[in-house]
Design a protein around this ligand. Structure first.
Ligand SMILES: *Cc1c(COP(=O)(O)O)cnc(C)c1O
Length: 372
């Protein structure tokens, strides 16, 4: 008889010590993971699991409201903005951002092309109207963030991707735009304070700095909605979701709950100023080693390099790759392989990655140099 996997269990949950550099889904704080796993057995002593209660129950409504409130508090979201926890990932956000902002008649969306994700956003928008490529760094394989362009003021909106997860570049300051600015902030939201009022829409998949995959946060200026003259399907209409307090249909309850726990964790550590300090320290440690170590080099322009995803290569792969790969694997580092379109290595250092994990990596890099 095969053994059922659901026999009596002691539920002693051991965190093994792996340094998790995964680009997404990615590392979450261990204390969040412990509380989340407990909630699946029983939520806060109510005798029921989080995933077997109604999303209309007072317990879950309180969780949703707390999660929305924490986003407001951490990002200092203005009162006329709505915070929504929806589904579909940022990949649906590409279309949703366009359909909620692009005019039905002669619609035009302007985009900065900083890599694969902005490209995908442009592709979805092109289904609805004209897409204007305001600037692009494609000719340089996206190694920098374009600068010195003007946003066309006859566009319905201007869309950017704040952090380029694959190529390792990041907007260090946001452009000025007279038309509504929309931003895919999937891979650097909550990594630092942001002036939300500069944007009419921010959207971000949860699985990089906020929680497990399954929910996407939308922060939208309510005054900017309802101006396209389009018929929008209910599930894609941000005004519909706002009117139902993010409960138009069953939300992804587990993802929202774990996101709430992570947001609480950020707040308990001092909020986004503290996250920024932590992230800048980690990035400085790694980039200084990449720049100092004669065996390595970064793949992006120094002024645009991302604090979240550091991309780098070995100068001489033939001589050092095999040994370096063995060394970081032996050091229990996981997820360091670069994206196939860049090659080399990518170290994703999201909020929950501790500084010690970066020190383990830089020690391995030093050791490689010492023993080369
Ligand atoms: C990961 C990522 C996406 C895709 O998110 P999904 O939730 O998989 O749809 C989009 N944009 C950026 C910047 C990302 O990092």
């Amino acid at each position: 008889m095969p053994q059922s996997g659901f026999g009596p269990s002691k539920l002693t949950y051991q965190m093994s010590k792996v340094h998790n550099y995964s680009a997404g889904p990615c590392i979450l704080p261990p204390e969040v993971m412990r509380k989340a796993s407990q909630s699946v057995i029983e939520l806060d002593g109510i005798g029921l699991s989080l995933i077997e209660i109604s999303h209309r129950s007072k317990e879950f409504v309180a969780i949703m409201e707390k999660a929305r409130g924490l986003v407001r508090e951490l990002l200092n979201v203005p009162d006329n903005y709505s915070v929504l926890f929806l589904q579909g990932g940022a990949s649906l956000g590409f279309y949703m951002s366009a359909i909620n902002f692009m005019k039905n008649e002669g619609g035009k969306g302007a985009y900065v092309d900083t890599g694969s994700w902005s490209n995908k956003a442009m592709k979805e928008a092109a289904l609805l109207g004209e897409v204007i490529e305001t600037a692009s760094s494609k000719a340089d394989n996206y190694t920098h963030i374009p600068k010195g362009y003007t946003v066309p003021d006859d566009a319905d909106y201007f869309h950017i991707t704040s952090n380029n997860t694959i190529f390792g570049t990041q907007f260090k300051s946001f452009p000025e735009s007279k038309v509504p600015m929309l931003c895919d902030m999937s891979s650097d939201i909550f990594s630092k304070p942001v002036d939300v009022s500069k944007f009419d829409l921010i959207y971000a998949g949860a699985q990089k700095n906020m929680g497990p995959a399954g929910t996407t946060v939308y922060i939208v200026n309510k005054d900017a909605l309802g101006k396209t003259g389009r018929k929008i399907p209910s599930m894609l209409d941000l005004a519909v979701h706002d009117s139902k307090d993010s409960m138009f249909n069953t939300p992804p309850v587990f993802s929202v709950y774990v996101s709430m726990l992570t947001l609480e964790w950020m707040k308990s550590l001092g909020g986004l100023e503290a996250m920024q300090k932590r992230n800048e320290e980690k990035a400085a440690l790694l980039y200084n080693e990449i720049d100092r170590n004669p065996l390595f080099e970064g793949t992006t322009a120094a002024e645009d390099r991302s604090t979240m995803n550091a991309t780098f290569v070995l100068k001489d792969e033939a001589a050092h790759k095999e040994r370096f790969d063995k060394m970081w694997n032996d050091a229990r580092i996981s997820g360091l392989k670069g994206h196939r379109s860049v090659g080399g290595y990518r170290a994703s250092m999201y909020n929950a990655l501790p500084l010690e994990s970066v020190a383990v990596l830089t020690d391995v890099m030093k050791e490689l140099e010492r023993t080369a």
